[in-house]
Structures are given as structure tokens and as C-alpha cells.
Design a protein around this ligand. Structure first.
Ligand code: ADP
Ligand code: MG
Length: 280
């Protein structure tokens, strides 16, 4: 995909920050102000027939951006004959995914801090009547390179504004998808709580709970809720309370799964829970 060096007169694009199926995200500087942004460039031809997805992403972002400090803000959007451009706050700290990979795993106390912040933002999203549907460490970005930088929810490309009807289309990223999505029995906000369970598991041990050799096996494991806190050496320093939190989020029945509000009240996320701190 070739991009013009200058985005409609106002921005100059620079290095690529990331990419997905339909979009490439580039650093962009606003020529007049010198401010830096992240510009999601979506190729119209690749999106043909699915333009509604981008319109939906913009509509959702308009509802949630600015309302919560941990959601990326959409500043601007425009189009040319070839591309659609969405300009966001630039997060220079990279993806949570890369930080987990670099560390191996997070200490429990740090993981709990991140999970509390993300859950608070997801609760806000749900309160706006929106389900994100693609929560995963690749879509959670750090605002700066600092170790304690704010974490931000990005990529509302698969999100939906909910009405009284449950959603039925199969979508998401397989390892993070809740069982009810595969069952096609209808899904809604509880899918984000399930994904948070997978993310919490990943933060604590450095691998995901349902990773299998084939996608079929992965789906079967998800449908059966078949995961373990193993191998033991990766879980030795993780408290029973943390395991209980993950298990609650990974409840197969969406009606019995905690809501964001309930998850936030779990003992593991309370500020006075004595998290294991390793010796220096
Ligand atoms: P897709 O729908 O194609 O997955 P995303 O919105 O997730 O698109 O963006 C793809 C990648 O681009 C992200 O995983 C991230 O690495 C990078 N990215 C997205 N938004 C920003 C941003 N605001 N600041 C910095 N990098 C970003
Ligand atoms: Mg993405």
C-alpha cells in the first residue's frame, strides 16, 4: 500500500507504528502546529463493501473519546479518493503485547494495577452502551515510553453500539474470544470481561490460556473452559486470589460472569490486597 507523503495538506506522515488487516498506522505531524499524532490510514479499495465498519468505528470513538482518560482520543478524520484517515493521540510507549514479551511476565502487583485501570475504562465503554469486542494486548497502548505510563484502549474497529438485541456475528481474535461468540447464541458486554480474563492470565505468566496447535482445538478448549494454571514454575509466585480473579472472568456462562463493576470489586483489585512483591 503506497501512501502520499503529505496527508491532505495538513499532516506529514512519518514512520509506521503498526498495521492490521485494513489499516496501516503512521506517525503524522500536523504541519501548522508541529503536534504529533497517530494516523490510521485505511485503504478504501480493501474496505470495499465494508465501509460501514469505519463509519461505525468513528461513531463509537465520538461517543467514547474524551470521556475517559484511558481511551485513545480521535482528533480528526478525513478522506481522499483512495484512503480514509483517522488521527489519534499518539501513544509512543508501544503495545502492552511487546512489554509482556520483553518482560516475560508482569509482577502480580503491577498486573493488578494495569487490570484495574483497563477494567475502569471498559466499564466506562460499557456504560456508553458499547461493547469493544477486540480487547487484547496488541490493542492496549502506552501513552509514553515510561515504565509507569498510562495504558490506553485503542482499536474500536470491531466494537458495536448495543441496542436491546444481542450480537451474533463471529468476530474477534480467536484466543481472546468468549465461548458464546463461537456458540452463536448471542453475545454482548460479557465478551469483554472474558477477554480481560485472558489478558490477566497472559500478564501473569507470559502465555495465553487457550493456545493450542490448531484453531479448531483452540475453539474447543474455549468452549470447554479448558485451561490450567500450569506449568507450575510459571505460577509459583501467583496468589490464589489472582487465580480466582482469572477464573471468575473466564466463567463459561456469560450470565454468571462478573460485570466490570463486579470485577472491579474483586479482592484482587482492591488497593489493600497484599500482593506478593519479590525480594530486590
Ligand atoms: P487494526 O484495526 O488494523 O488492528 P489498530 O487501530 O489496532 O488497527 O492499529 C494497529 C496498530 O497500530 C496497533 O496495534 C498499534 O501498534 C498501532 N497504533 C494504533 N493506534 C495508535 C496510536 N494512537 N498511537 C500509537 N500507535 C498506534
Ligand atoms: Mg488492532
Amino acid at each position: 500500500m503506497t501512501q502520499p507523503a503529505v496527508v491532505p495538506c495538513q499532516y506529514r506522515t512519518g514512520k509506521t507504528l503498526g498495521s492490521g488487516t485494513y489499516a496501516i498506522v503512521k506517525e503524522a505531524v500536523h504541519i501548522k502546529t508541529g503536534e504529533y499524532y497517530a494516523c490510521k490510514v485505511i485503504n478504501k479499495k480493501l474496505m470495499e463493501g465494508r465501509e460501514y465498519m469505519v463509519r461505525n468505528e468513528i461513531a463509537v470513538l465520538k461517543k467514547v473519546s474524551r470521556g475517559c482518560p484511558n481511551i485513545v482520543t480521535l482528533h480528526d478524520y478525513f478522506e481522499t479518493s483512495h484512503n480514509l484517515y483517522l488521527c489519534f493521540d499518539l501513544c509512543t510507549g508501544g503495545e502492552l503485547f511487546d512489554r509482556i514479551c520483553a518482560k516475560g511476565n508482569y509482577y502480580e502487583a503491577d498486573a493488578a494495577g494495569l487490570v484495574r485501570t483497563i477494567f475502569t475504562a471498559v466499564k466506562y465503554v460499557h456504560g456508553c452502551g458499547i461493547v469493544h469486542r477486540d480487547l487484547k494486548p496488541e490493542n492496549l497502548l502506552f501513552r509514553t515510553k515510561d515504565e509507569d505510563a498510562d495504558i490506553m484502549i485503542a482499536d474500536f474497529g470491531l466494537s458495536r453500539i448495543m441496542d436491546d438485541h444481542l450480537l451474533t456475528e463471529i468476530c474477534g481474535t480467536p484466543g481472546y474470544m468468549a465461548p458464546e461468540i463461537f456458540k452463536k447464541t448471542g453475545h454482548g458486554k460479557p465478551v469483554d470481561v472474558w477477554a480481560m480474563g485472558v489478558i490477566t492470565y497472559f500478564l501473569l505468566c507470559g502465555y495465553t490460556p487457550f493456545d493450542r496447535d490448531t484453531q479448531q482445538q483452540e475453539m474447543e478448549a474455549i468452549l470447554a473452559g479448558d485451561y490450567k494454571f500450569e506449568p507450575e514454575e510459571y505460577w509459583a509466585n501467583v496468589s490464589d486470589t489472582a487465580r480466582d480473579f482469572v477464573s471468575a472472568c473466564l466463567t463459561i456462562d456469560p450470565a454468571s460472569r462478573p460485570t466490570c463493576e463486579e470485577a472491579l470489586q474483586h479482592k484482587w483489585l482492591s488497593s489493600d490486597f497484599p500482593h506478593y512483591v519479590p525480594d530486590p
